[in-house]
Design a protein around this ligand. Structure first.
Ligand code: ZN
Length: 299
């Protein structure tokens, strides 16, 4: 599965990322889960963040107070197969961690998908939540997701699937060469990493591909206390990093620094594995490490 390693960075947010904040925004998200509704919060720019955050990672602005019901179904953007689940994992059989773009959301939620086998899951697969009995107001009220049962693939969906696969493949081929590729929307001039085929802001097709620096600034971060096989140690830090010359942050691990010293505005650079070890996967970036440059004031 070509997209497999891309998720390695993202899945680190689960479940630690959900417990990092007890603020009103995540509180609302969790109480809605108890009622079997999934909500996101709208940013000042009109995007819908799921799970909701107090601050828009793209701008640092506080979010609006507007909650938007999303899903419950969604589309898998990337996934990583877990052949041998750990005790902490939500399922006791092989499953996938997946980034799921719930219908109506502009960001993707990390959750487990019970797909049976890795071939049953690919970018573009539609999934539905399986709710747990006796909800408690926790992310695990959604036990996991399952692929949509359908034999009919609409043209639109087939097209999406091809596009998602294509953009991801181009991106990962860049990563294999040690280059991060972004896409620039000619309409609204926003730059996205990884490349996307359509602009989430204005819906235009993205034609222009450009190389993005592997340096950036931490906008928000979460300290994770649950062990994860991909993380260097516990606690470890996952962060939204706004790469230089881009407009939407990406999630990655932070390393080479004690967790409690990580801060917003910190300048970081990708730590790549040696060239001889590189494959077409995000595992090429071990993590991001501080550059030592002065912190950046987040506006
Ligand atoms: Zn655009």
């Amino acid at each position: 599965m070509p997209s497999d390693p891309l998720v390695a960075q993202h899945v680190l947010e689960f479940p630690g990322g959900y417990t990092r904040t007890t603020g009103p925004v995540i509180g609302r998200f969790l109480s809605e889960l108890r009622a079997r509704r999934i909500v996101g919060v709208r940013t000042a720019e009109g995007r819908v963040l799921v799970p909701p955050l107090e601050y828009d990672p793209a701008t640092g602005e506080p979010v609006t107070g507007e909650y938007v019901e999303v899903g419950p179904a969604g589309t898998v953007t990337t996934s990583a197969w877990v052949q041998e689940p750990l005790d902490d994992h939500p399922l006791d059989r092989p499953f996938a961690w997946a980034l799921i773009a719930l219908d109506g959301a502009d960001t993707a939620l990390v959750h487990a998908v019970d797909a049976g086998n890795p071939k049953a899951l690919e970018p573009g697969t539609r999934v539905w939540p399986v709710w747990r009995d006796g909800p408690t107001g926790h992310i695990t009220d959604i036990s996991h997701f399952v692929p949509e049962v359908t034999k009919i693939v609409s043209n639109v969906r087939a097209e999406y699937r091809l596009q998602a696969g294509g953009a991801l493949r181009v991106f990962l081929e860049g990563v294999a060469r040690g280059v991060l590729l972004g896409g620039r929307c000619e309409q609204c001039e926003k730059v996205y990493v990884p490349i996307r085929r359509t602009c989430p802001e204005c819906g235009s097709a993205i034609q222009e591909t450009r190389e993005i620096p592997d340096t950036g600034t931490i906008t928000t971060f979460a300290i994770n206390n649950l062990p994860d096989p991909r993380a260097p140690e516990v606690p470890f830090v996952s962060a939204y990093i706004l790469l230089d010359e881009t407009d939407i942050p990406m999630i990655a691990l932070i390393g080479d620094i004690p967790a409690h010293e990580v801060r917003q505005g910190m300048r970081v650079r990708a730590v790549w594995v040696p060239e001889s070890e590189r494959t077409a996967s995000m595992a090429n970036i071990r993590w991001f490490a501080p550059t030592g440059e002065p912190d950046v004031e987040l506006s």
